[in-house]
Design a protein. Structure first.
Ligand code: CA
Length: 227
């Protein structure tokens, strides 16, 4: 799966050139010009990294970054952009929780290098074995167990379960599940349903308490006995 990056920048020229460049480099890129709208996008989609300008309409980059840090269980990596090279800004950025900092004007290959470095760091920090209740998923060996019993999944089932576990206890939307399986060209809604059906048979079938919960009109989430 390509890493999914959100660019938040109100200078349209910079925004357009960054988006084009990063798409050529193989990332999935979303772009937005307003801080408040960016916050809504981040809440709705599982991004891997955010490139965040400081001076923005709606909500400034410092405030948004700080808010993300205070709320998130798995902190979303943030690279801050600013035109100002003042030491205080740099410190404020790190204080707000940014992982890295880039001063405008910057060269696009420089941004690319920073993104790669920050992603690598964050993925190393990401736990190799995801655990939700009695369910465990090893992202390296691709083994899945529930209460020590092996769960056999096909490739798409594994992708779905990994996404649900990474974002637990949040609900993952139909849109994001479709996106993870098929990118921007999902088949009809019956296709996702049939993959969820197979996932349920594998994960919940042999057990008394189902863990995969349908949230009507929204998406799916995992539930544990402790909840
Ligand atoms: Ca700006």
């Amino acid at each position: 799966m390509a890493d999914r990056i959100l660019i938040v920048e109100d200078n349209r020229d910079i925004l357009a050139s960054v988006v084009d460049y990063l798409e050529i480099k193989g990332f999935e890129v979303d772009a937005i010009e307003n801080g408040q709208a960016a916050r809504a996008l981040i809440q709705a989609h599982p991004y891997d990294l955010v490139v965040l300008d400081i001076g923005l309409p709606g909500m400034d980059g410092f405030t948004l970054c700080k808010e993300l840090r205070e709320r998130d269980r798995n902190p979303l990596p943030v690279i801050m952009l600013t035109a100002r090279d003042a030491v205080e800004d740099r410190l404020l950025g790190f204080e707000a929780g940014a992982d890295d900092y880039l001063v405008k004007p910057f060269a696009l290959p420089e941004l690319y290098q920073r993104i790669k470095a920050v992603l690598k760091r964050s993925q190393r920090n990401f736990e190799r074995v995801l655990q939700v209740g009695e369910l465990s998923l090893d992202t390296a060996s691709r083994q899945v167990h529930r209460s020590a019993q092996p769960v056999k999944l096909d490739r798409k089932g594994f992708v779905l379960l990994e996404l649900l576990m990474k974002h637990w206890p949040d609900v993952v939307s139909h849109e994001d599940l479709n996106h993870a399986l098929w990118g921007d060209a999902p088949p009809d809604s019956a296709a996702l349903k049939s993959h969820i059906y197979r996932l349920r048979q594998a994960v919940d079938g042999p057990f008394n308490s189902p863990m995969i919960r349908n949230v009507a009109g929204t998406g799916y989430t995992l539930v544990t006995d402790a909840q």
